[in-house]
Design a protein around this ligand. Structure first.
Ligand SMILES: [Ca+2]
Ligand SMILES: [Ca+2]
Ligand SMILES: [Ca+2]
Ligand SMILES: [Ca+2]
Length: 568
């Protein structure tokens, strides 16, 4: 009796606490939303910032709707602009056959063929070839000034029936430091759900037809490759690193889940992982989704975030591990947790980039099961001590059954104000039409009173240099220009430029003279032909206050990919 009373009081205390909490979460600013057009379309089953596909200087958003038109599926590209995302899509593509589920996964690739525009991919994981039912297929489209290519420039298919090739896929940065981004594709259905991942290395000629590296699950039923994340450069050696998740692997407990981290090197990825970690309890499904978190504690090493939505009767948790020269530690550096049983917090986890411009990357973690599937999405801020465990923003879905928060992610900077935006997907949104799906875009404006950003431009015509773009030295050079609204003092621009495969170390900085902030410009000197480079920049202030944090080109912060290349 006594025990029950105590329990009831604890319940009341909890209710009060959650009630008080709710009032103190400021709402994020919703600036754009689009809904699906057909029943069962599942618009927003996946969405992704794909960078600047048309070279306009604004980041673009790609949305997948695998249920479209009898599950043929479609992918839709919305362009960024000074006013934010456009409402009418620039480009749409559909799957080849009913049942293909084209748009199952969509994502960015960067400039893989050196044409100066970013490419992206769309997967159809239930595509059937003549010989293998539901083997899956992945399509890569090139960017260009008028929009993406109509036809894919590269495709790859799974080889065994039921493999579901492409049910997860991601650009994993430049794992071998050759200056080209590399592409990982998962097939979790391979060999009775043992699962398998395939790595395609980039080159001047794009991706090879055959995978350059593969890794299989430890046991049947593991679902290896259901989670794939570009980790960024976790150990700071200049090579991009990769995390993989096998959420149904049983390491210590049944379905505790296991995550595998591989470090990049000049030779690419090793046959065995460099670090592994498994879930805390049975049915945690640790590694369901995982992602690079950006640099949440500002120490120059990329950090990772891993979801375990099944933890504690699907209350769910997400774990942040910070990078270091030795990689992540044995224990997590921060544990984020859902608020109620059944929330499935950690279903998706992602970097939000640095939403408030304080130099610490921020993260998103969501629980689409919150309160019987209205769902909830949370933004957590980074800090010198790592990710703060109390959400800064918390948004609840519009109604029951929407699964708001199934997918979350950074949208890059769709309106070019220097402040990253983020999106939340509710793929089951809608009663009329049913399960049409909806995607919401939020902006970080107002969080940062004096945002500044750096743009990379060609001296010849002042055109913006997109991620991975190529430049011919001799005829031309690269200028780093500062955009700093509301900053009136004199500043110096300071930049560090490193070849692909070389870490940032604070050496060999180049700097401008003292200039009024509105005239801030710096020529990128010391470049050699035929190389790929990464850069970061900061502001030094004349009035003696501390230099700004380092700014890395937003879209490529995570992947560790080169930012530009020089031609021979
Ligand atoms: Ca590479
Ligand atoms: Ca590395
Ligand atoms: Ca870090
Ligand atoms: Ca931040």
């Amino acid at each position: 009796m006594k025990f029950r009373k105590k329990e009831a009081m604890a319940c009341i205390a909890l209710l009060c606490l959650s009630g008080c909490d709710k009032e103190t979460y400021p709402p994020a600013k919703l600036v754009w939303a689009q809904t699906g057009t057909q029943p069962q379309e599942f618009f927003g089953h996946k969405a992704a910032a794909v960078g600047d596909v048309t070279g306009s200087g604004y980041d673009d958003l790609l949305v997948g709707a695998p249920g479209h038109s009898d599950r043929k599926g479609r992918a839709v590209l919305y362009l960024g602009s000074a006013k934010g995302l456009e409402n009418d899509p620039l480009w749409t593509a559909e799957g080849e056959n009913p049942g293909d589920a084209f748009g199952d996964v969509v994502g960015a690739l960067g400039d893989i063929n050196g044409n100066g525009y970013t490419a992206f991919f769309v997967t159809a994981s239930e595509y059937s070839s003549a010989t293998a039912k539901h083997c899956g297929k992945v399509y890569v489209y090139s960017g260009g000034p008028k929009g993406p290519s109509r036809k894919p420039i590269w495709t790859a298919e799974g080889t065994t029936p039921g493999e579901l090739f492409g049910d997860c896929a991601a650009v994993v940065g430049d794992v071998n430091g050759d200056g080209y981004p590399d592409f990982m594709i998962g097939a979790y259905g391979f060999d009775q759900f043992r699962g398998k991942v395939y790595l395609y290395l980039g080159s001047a000629n794009g991706f090879s037809k055959k995978a350059d590296w593969v890794y299989e699950g430890e046991a049947k039923g593991d679902w290896q490759g259901y989670g794939i994340g570009p980790a960024g450069d976790v150990n700071g050696d200049g090579y991009g690193d990769v995390v993989l998740g096998a959420k149904y692997h049983s390491q210590t407990f049944r379905n505790d889940g296991k995550v595998y981290l591989f470090y990049g090197s000049a030779k690419g990825l090793a046959p065995r992982p460099d670090w592994t970690h498994s879930g805390e309890t049975a049915d945690s499904r640790f590694g369901h989704h995982l992602s690079g978190a950006g640099d949440v504690n500002g120490d120059g090493f990329a950090d990772i975030i891993i979801g375990a939505p099944g933890y504690d009767r699907s209350r769910g948790r997400a774990y942040v591990f910070v990078g270091s020269p030795q990689g992540p530690k044995e224990r997590p550096d921060a544990i984020l947790e859902g608020q109620v049983t059944g929330e499935s917090f950690g279903t998706d986890v992602a970097s939000a980039d640095d939403v408030n411009g304080d130099g610490y990357a921020d993260v998103l973690a969501s629980g689409p099961g919150y309160a019987t599937f209205p769902g909830a999405a949370n933004l957590f801020l980074g800090s010198r001590d790592g990710v703060q465990t109390r959400p800064f923003y918390r948004e609840i879905g519009e109604g029951g059954g929407n699964s708001y928060g199934s997918i979350v992610g950074s949208a890059g900077d769709v309106n070019g104000d220097g402040i990253p935006d983020w999106f939340v997907c509710a793929p089951s949104f809608g009663s009329d039409p049913k399960e049409a799906g909806k995607v919401y875009l939020y902006e970080g404006a107002g969080l940062n009173e004096s945002p500044f950003r750096f743009n990379l431009r060609r001296r010849s015509n002042h055109s913006m240099v997109g991620p991975g773009a190529a430049i011919r030295l001799g005829n031309d050079s690269l200028l780093l220009s500062l955009a700093a609204k509301g900053l009136s003092e004199e500043v110096k621009l300071e930049a560090e430029v490193k070849e692909a495969g070389q870490p940032f170390d604070g050496d060999n900085l180049i700097a401008s003279d003292w200039v009024p902030a509105e005239k801030g410009i710096l020529e990128m000197t010391g470049l050699a032909p035929g190389k790929a480079y990464r850069w970061r920049a900061r502001l030094v202030f004349k009035n003696g206050r501390k230099a700004s944090h380092w700014v890395v080109p937003a879209f490529w912060r995570l992947a560790g990919s080169p930012h530009f290349r020089t031609l021979h």
